[in-house]
Design a protein around this ligand. Structure first.
Ligand SMILES: C[S@@+](CC[C@H](N)C(=O)[O-])C[C@H]1O[C@@H](n2cnc3c(N)ncnc32)[C@H](O)[C@@H]1O
Length: 163
């Protein structure tokens, strides 16, 4: 099991917050400040240049930046070494269903787990959400392709097949 973290700044609706639900079930730890996030973590940042790929499988943990999309500001982590963006995948959550790239924190964490080969853990964190496993169904083909790639460049090349 890969340790999961989320930096949470309380800007998104707590009733719809996916990481709070994961934390309540002991599946993730919440950090209330950036300083509390382990520095070597794979940090999920949609503005990163490098894509998540199987080459990331030895990173010690995965962290989502759980805040409202309207206030997402990655300036404080811009110098972090292991920032990664996810390749083309579509959301299955009710707020952004069918929208590419704009995933909830649990979808982003599950996609990362799947791509680095932790498929069972990806399933386990999505299972508590009514719509969760649908994410793996609607993205089955790209997720499988990305999980077979060698590195970030190959993942980026593969996503062109789906865009
Ligand atoms: C902006 S927050 C929104 C959280 C949402 N309110 C929830 O409850 O899940 C979503 C976070 O998931 C991760 N994420 C989502 N889509 C991503 C993508 N395309 N690439 C990298 N990370 C992504 C990022 O850490 C991002 O900050």
């Amino acid at each position: 099991m890969i340790p999961l973290y989320a930096y949470r700044d309380d800007t998104c609706d707590p009733r719809k917050c996916t990481v709070k639900k994961l934390a309540r079930r002991g599946l993730l730890r919440i950090a209330t400040s950036i300083a509390k996030i382990p520095r070597q973590t794979l940090l999920l940042d949609p503005t990163a240049e490098q894509a998540v790929s199987p080459a990331d499988q030895n990173l010690p943990s995965i962290t989502a930046l759980d805040c409202s999309w309207e206030v997402l500001d990655t300036g404080a982590v811009a110098s972090w070494r292991n920032r990664r963006a996810l390749p083309f995948l579509v959301a299955a959550n009710p707020v952004n269903f069918g929208r590419p790239f704009r995933l909830t924190s649990v979808e982003a964490l599950a996609a990362t787990l799947y791509i680095i080969g932790e498929k069972e853990q990806a399933h386990d964190i999505l299972a508590p959400f009514g719509w969760g496993l649908r994410f793996l169904e609607v993205n089955a083909d790209p997720l499988e392709d990305y999980s077979q790639a060698k590195d970030s460049a190959e993942v980026v090349a593969l996503q062109a097949l789906y865009m």
